[in-house]
Design a protein around this ligand. Sequence first.
Ligand code: ADP
Ligand code: MG
Length: 307
Amino acid sequence: ISCQRDDIQLECELGQGICGVVSRARLKQCGRQMAVKVMRRTGNNAEENKRVIMDLEVVTKCHDCRHIVRCFGVFIFPSEVWVCMELMATCLDRLMRHAGALPERILGKIVVPILKALHYLKERHNIIHRDVKPSNMLLSESGRVKLCDFGISGLLEDSRAKTRTAGCTAYLSPERITLAAPYDIRSDVWSLGISLVELATGRHPLADCATEMEMLTRIVDEPPPQLPLTGFTDHFREFVARCLTKDVSLRPKYQRLLGHDFIKYHEQTQTDLADWLAEVRIRCPGLASPSGSTGGGSSSGSSGAGS
Ligand code: ADP
Ligand code: MG
């Protein structure tokens, strides 16, 4: 469809991050709903422009991946950039804050598409995400899981990123803190592991850190976080432990993780995430449907543990 800014009615806010605010929007003529990310351009800020361009580049060239949020089009104004995307029900960060810890059978179903999206980015476009965390994983009304937010993603040179643009501290891998050397996709594997521990327990493993410095120190000095001994299958605990291998040279890459028993098992299970989301909504009325007339309301920023 072709449309202009005036054809789009911005409705309630769905969430916000560093790049801007994401709102639910409606096409006036047909009533079709979507999500619009409004990124402010405050001036000649090179860093900000880079983020906007990177985010756009990735979402527009990854049309053929079912596990990456779909982009319908973009408006570039002097002071703002609008990215029009498919409307998703919620990010996993907000979902967890309402519903508490997510059950293993749900996480298994969620991690498969996220892993495939990350693998696709690397294999097809040689891109590393660099900001893997629950607020950048989205769940749709129909139960699809997709990766979003490519503002700080980077192209890999020689399969290792040269720049060290920081993601969210709470999800940083040890080597991104200590090494001056370039890092590779295995830093995202670590962030995925941290995200899984957080989602499975309902709490970020470093949530009790008082300062950013304490967080950095603990990531580097302490043994890696792990899933509690009870309440999870050995396959799940082992998968998470692999992702959270402190020595980056021993940490598996996507190909190997995709062959892990935990993934193989959940690729086949029949778990319906749409049904589960509907059940959660009954339990947690605060988690309103983004298309409902009551509006999503609550905004979701970065996760509790620092940013
Ligand atoms: P930022 O770079 O500002 O973090 P994101 O792309 O991560 O931007 O979006 C911020 C938040 O907005 C997300 O965490 C999520 O809660 C919400 N959001 C983003 N895209 C969508 C979408 N397509 N549908 C519904 N909510 C979305
Ligand atoms: Mg984000």
